[in-house]
Design a protein around this ligand. Sequence first.
Ligand code: FES
Length: 140
Amino acid sequence: MKPQAPAQTLDLERVVCRLSELGEGGARAFTIGSGDWPLRGFVVRVGEAVRGYVNRCPHAGHPLNLLPHRFLTPDGTLIVCASHGAVFEKGSGYCVAGPCAGRSLTGIALEVHSGFVLLADSVDVGALGRERAQAEAPPL
Ligand code: FES
């Protein structure tokens, strides 16, 4: 009997969600890390790819969503900030309209393994979490 190759192990602390949870063009929030500055981000399906961003708007530093996992315009083609309506390309995070036009969301490198979306090994969860927390401003 031929020995089986060892199954690839997943670092459970870096798992964002199952790929199937994103569906067609869906988005999902996540929090990874602990302490005062966990990394709060979201992932969005773009065709066959998945993109990840820090959940912080470059305009005033607010989280983009007010409702859980609601990051997209009604037609699902763009990311929208619920605070003041800035809209961003899903694939690049570039702001195409709104008060921070020309700026971009902070991207998070992702990997997909065995049907799961994970943070890439290169992602420094603590550094991104601290950066997000320090950039948050009080509500307007
Ligand atoms: S905080 Fe996002 S548009 Fe103002």
